[in-house]
Design a protein around this ligand. Structure first.
Ligand SMILES: Nc1ncnc2c1ncn2[C@@H]1O[C@H](COP(=O)(O)OP(=O)(O)O)[C@@H](O)[C@H]1O
Ligand SMILES: [Mg+2]
Length: 406
């Protein structure tokens, strides 16, 4: 099977998916905006061919280069596992006559307002919402929906330009701050815990599913530097709360016609126990969450996705063994270089057996921009079959490990 894969070298997880495809026997033709020499070795080794383009997001130019490069050859599939490239992948499928998600099917996965309208029509509980391109529209939606509200870009990512609005004064401030965003969604603010529902599918069948739990909500972590954000991949997804998310997710996927590949949904669990839809992508989650799923199952979901894509099934079932929790660290102190990992030796001596992986920016390395990078200055995965124990371990790494910059 020949697979055209967009952006095989970036973000960080992509080379692992490309390797998975090659491992299960596919020939992978990569197209990306990195020079061939700049591709991570894993991707370079797994690719059968690579076309570097100047600007991947100049869609018409990229499509023309790809058609010219292929010279009449046709891949069996076109894959992109990175949010900004989903529409480009759909356009390429249409131009090449390759089966898979079309542009019309992809838009509801990219546009948060179309997505919610579609799901609302299918009876899925979504926040009340509206879209706005100017101040008058934004104020009209705010008046209709009522405070508290969320204002965010129609096609956002990583909580960028996303704001909570609790009163008129905050509304004025957010209007000023979002002036550069061409189109925003205004939404009822859902109070509650935030979760994920992630799947690997083939031919409409869910082959693997995961429920994750963000601690705290991504928006809160995005706005507060002191927080070491966590995401837990739960072991017991049959418990009451995860089951509600799974049911919501299945309904959302059916309504949007998502039948193949990775999906990543976010949803809220309110204090009353109601599951409310947040958003869904036809792609894997970023921020190392596929790794965390792997540690919760002792599996390789990069390869499992490839098996689903190439063969339509998994070679072996994947089951949960642990609650695996990732903790993201942000450096404290002035300066742009990492100076110390305070508390690390003590934590490892105490809990080393429960640490599945640990990748910290080494001492002397450059500090990350915490506003831009979700992974920040390092990440640790701890795991335990007992959820409360797993969370305790994660909290210890959150509070007692200090990455010092100077
Ligand atoms: N309606 C909402 N109610 C409460 N919190 C929200 C709502 N919409 C977004 N958020 C918060 O903002 C974050 C980012 O919004 P989201 O729709 O997931 O966009 P993206 O992840 O693409 O930036 C969410 O993870 C959540 O913490
Ligand atoms: Mg999100």
């Amino acid at each position: 099977m020949d697979i055209l894969f967009l952006s095989p070298g970036y973000p960080a997880e992509m080379p692992l998916f490309v390797r998975g495809l090659a491992d299960v026997g596919a020939r992978v033709w990569g197209v990306g905006d990195q020079a061939k020499e700049a591709l991570p070795e894993e991707a370079r080794k797994a690719l059968a061919a690579y076309l570097p383009v100047k600007d991947l997001w100049d869609e018409e130019a990229t499509i023309a280069s790809v058609l010219n490069w292929l010279g009449g050859r046709k891949p069996d599939k076109v894959e992109c596992l990175w949010e900004p490239g989903m529409i480009l992948a759909a356009k390429l499928r249409e131009r090449l006559g390759v089966a898979g998600m079309t542009v019309a099917q992809t838009i509801p996965l990219r546009d948060k307002s179309v997505m919610k309208a579609r799901l609302e029509a299918a009876g899925v509980r979504v926040p009340r919402h509206g879209r706005a391109t100017n101040e008058a529209e934004l104020r009209a939606h705010a008046a209709r929906i009522g405070f508290p509200l969320i204002v965010k870009p129609v096609a956002g990512a990583g909580s960028d330009d996303t704001y909570e609005v609790r009163d008129d004064r905050e509304l004025d401030a957010v209007l000023a701050k979002t002036r550069h965003v061409p189109e925003v969604v205004v939404e009822e603010y859902i109070e509650g815990e935030e979760h994920t529902y992630d799947t690997v599918c083939a031919g409409g069948e869910v082959l693997f599913e995961n429920v994750g739990w963000y601690r705290p909500k991504p928006l809160v972590a995005k706005l507060n530097h002191w927080i070491s954000a966590q995401a837990a991949c739960l072991k017991d997804i049959d418990a009451d709360a995860p089951r509600k998310g799974r049911e919501l997710g299945r309904k959302a996927m059916a309504a949007l016609g998502v039948v193949d590949g990775f999906t990543h949904m976010e949803w809220f669990l309110t204090a009353k126990g109601e599951a409310v839809f947040g958003e869904i992508g036809g792609r894997p989650p970023g921020s190392r969450l596929v790794h965390v799923m792997n540690y919760s199952c002792d599996a390789d979901l990069f390869r499992a996705w490839a098996e689903a894509t190439v063969r339509g099934r998994l070679s072996r079932p994947i089951a949960k063994k642990y609650n695996a929790v990732v903790v993201f660290k942000r450096a404290h102190g002035p300066g742009g270089r990492i100076r110390a990992h305070e508390g690390l030796d003590r934590l490892l001596a105490r809990h080393g057996e429960h640490v599945a992986t640990l990748e910290l920016t080494p001492v002397g390395g450059a500090r990350a921009d915490w506003k831009k990078s979700q992974v920040g200055d390092g990440w640790i995965v701890v795991r335990h079959p007992d959820l409360s124990r797993a969370l305790e371990l994660a909290d210890e790494f959150g509070s007692e490990l200090r990455i010092v910059a100077g």
